[in-house]
Design a protein around this ligand. Structure first.
Ligand SMILES: NC(=O)c1ccc[n+]([C@@H]2O[C@H](COP(=O)([O-])OP(=O)(O)OC[C@H]3O[C@@H](n4cnc5c(N)ncnc54)[C@H](O)[C@@H]3O)[C@@H](O)[C@H]2O)c1
Ligand SMILES: [Zn+2]
Ligand SMILES: [Zn+2]
Length: 376
């Protein structure tokens, strides 16, 4: 079939809207008509070259839609089901999956390949060129074909524009605070960067019982939103936050710090460690440019105060449990997705405008509304 997708060509500085040929789903694959797609900062790293791509690639890994066809052997969904993509596939039977670390599923090693899990070939084509798909998904499109391991069924009354961000940004931020960070009742928490990830980390920390939440962002609008979402204090820079945190906590500092800035910077790690309490944890979520010099941190201080620096991918979540759980928390009023999705864009052609709004600090999370589509 012919559909439309936003493709990043190597070296290009914007997304190109292309008519592409999409093959039918093969064994264990699912064809999804995508209705909404979130604009996560991770695609931006590919556009800027922080994490370069060497092959034309369809972007988008925060998507929600309706199953339009299934290949042989698909058991967990049927035609007509509403689904969200899991930004990391979970096979359900590798070592990490069976020990409760679905975010580290062994199939995740194929994400960089951009091809189908089944046979490592492409279902997406632009003329004679086989296209890659981000995160094995390719949700900047009206349709895609993905492996069943990337599909999670959701309840049919949940609006697509809310559901889609529960495929990456929300679990990544919420889980970074709750699971990777292990926020406990009474903890003081810092969240550095209030985009889709940070806005979810603030809410996770609050729900887990944080006493004070220090949100840091240079953009005033983000600081205002942080306060609405549960932050108790805000600062415009890490330096400003260091003074505030020292003052408010009487020098006890933060048990958990979540790094969710748009671009991670190694040179900031030293100041970030100064927010960290004895036995505290700094959770690195944001992506650092591959060519950035490695950070310098004071390892004597790290040892002396038993500080921890831990990485976090997809919020340490098990998406098959946590996506429905987070949507249930939204339904019950414990998770505010409405405020995070503060701007929607009507149609795929607005993808570059949406990312410009992200760069300009206007979006907590921009979402493409892809409901309207007609074959040309
Ligand atoms: N580890 C993972 O699993 C994972 C998953 C998704 C996204 N990410 C990464 O997390 C990061 C955040 O993603 P997002 O979609 O929320 O981005 P975003 O662009 O929506 O938000 C980033 C925020 O950081 C703020 N910021 C920039 N510089 C700052 C600084 N020095 N101090 C404090 N705040 C600063 C920006 O103003 C912005 O509000 C990105 O690097 C993204 O690629 C990681
Ligand atoms: Zn993402
Ligand atoms: Zn697995």
């Amino acid at each position: 079939m012919i559909t439309q997708a936003a493709v990043l060509h190597p070296g290009a500085d914007s997304w190109a809207i292309e008519d592409i040929e999409l093959d039918p789903p093969r064994e264990t694959e699912v064809l999804v008509r995508i209705h909404a797609s979130g604009l996560c900062h991770s695609e931006e790293h590919h556009r800027t070259g922080d994490v370069p791509l060497d092959h034309p690639t369809i972007g988008g890994h925060e998507g929600a839609g309706v199953v339009e066809a299934v290949g042989p052997g698909v058991r967990s969904v049927a035609v007509g089901d509403h689904v969200v993509f899991s930004s990391i596939p979970t096979c359900g039977h590798c070592g990490p999956c069976v020990t409760g670390h679905g975010n580290l599923c062994d199939e995740g090693r194929w994400i960089g390949s951009g091809r189908q899990l089944l046979d490592h070939t492409s279902r997406h084509h632009l003329g004679d060129t086989d296209l890659n798909v981000i995160c094995l998904i390719g949700a900047f499109a009206y349709h895609t074909v993905v492996g069943e391991a990337s599909i999670i069924k959701i309840e049919p009354d949940i609006p697509f524009e809310k559901a889609c961000i529960v495929g990456c940004g929300v679990p990544t931020g919420w889980g970074a605070a709750v699971y990777t960070g292990g926020v406990r009742a009474g903890d003081d928490v810092a969240v550095l960067g209030v985009g889709g990830i940070g806005a979810s980390a603030i809410q996770g920390a609050k729900f887990a019982g944080a006493r004070r939440i220090f949100a840091v962002d240079p953009v005033e609008f983000k600081r205002e939103q942080a306060l609405e979402l549960g932050a108790t204090h805000v600062a415009a820079s890490i330096e400003e936050a260091a003074e505030l945190v020292r003052d408010v906590t009487w020098g006890m500092l933060c048990q958990v710090t979540v790094c969710s800035m748009g671009v991670g910077r190694g040179e900031l790690m030293g100041s970030i460690m100064e927010l960290c309490a004895k036995h505290g944890r700094v959770v690195v979520v944001n992506i650092h440019p591959v060519k950035d010099p490695p950070p310098t941190i004071d390892l004597l201080n790290l040892a002396g105060y038993e500080k921890q620096v831990v990485g976090s991918i997809f919020g340490s979540v098990n998406s098959r449990r946590d996506v429905p759980r987070l949507l249930a928390l939204w339904r019950d009023g414990h998770l505010d997705l409405d405020r995070i999705v503060n701007r929607t864009y009507d149609g795929l052609s607005h993808v570059n405008e949406g990312y410009q709004d992200m760069r300009d600090g206007r979006n907590l999370r921009g979402v493409l509304d892809l409901t309207q589509w007609s074959p040309r």
